[in-house]
Design a protein around this ligand. Sequence first.
Ligand code: GLN
Length: 263
Amino acid sequence: MNPEITIGWLYPTLMSTYGDRGNVICIQRRCQWRGFAVNILPLDRAATATEIHQADILVGGGAQDRQQEIVMRNLQGAKAEALRQKIENGTPGVFTCGAPQLLGHYYEPGIGQRIQGLGLFDFVSVHPGENARRCIGNLVIEVTAKRLAQELTAMTGSTPYLVGFENHGGRTKLGQVEALGRVISGLGNNGEDGTEGAFYQNAIATYSHGPLLPKNPFLADWLIQTALRQKYQEEIAIAPLDDNLATQAREAMFKKLRVSVPA
Ligand code: GLN
């Protein structure tokens, strides 16, 4: 059997700030290097609920407030329901910055009206206004979401630290949903409670651009592995790849930020 993965890319023309399309390319290349067939399915404004159902992995990038409003006006009805079903049923996904703000209960932009979200993640995001300081800089977190941390540790043999870059005005406050991780360096969800992102079913919400996956390739592999398990209902081995360059870049970042990573 030759596995096939379809990456559903949410609103590529409206949501891809700070190189977030790199997450899509990273998954695509890591599938191709292993000889898997891979399709990129752009889920732009004209996409249908049926197309959303075809995705094995979902990717959503960042956006500015204005684009987020356009997205939320479009992501309604059968499309919203399809996305809800996918995430509830365990389709793996990575949603960065503006994307998760729209999957929470609501996002309040710096200027203008509250934008109602899908309420998939139990959190709210509020931009404190155009004069407030933006959360900008390098970001290092330790993954603390229990099952994800266990699975990543089993894959890599070490404590899962993620490196990235954040640039957001909105501050996110979690409800009952599990945080993705705890901030080691940077600001994370709100710069106050030490949490970063969220993890629900197999969906990752994060403020980490970078883009995230090329900097932390084991997370891309976790998405691929989880997608294969969901799709084929069996464990399909994925061959290791040479990630030496990414490892060196991560180590340079840890050194620059004086972060020591436990074994
Ligand atoms: N508009 C959001 C904010 O400033 C998201 C920004 C982004 O996706 N980079 O919080």
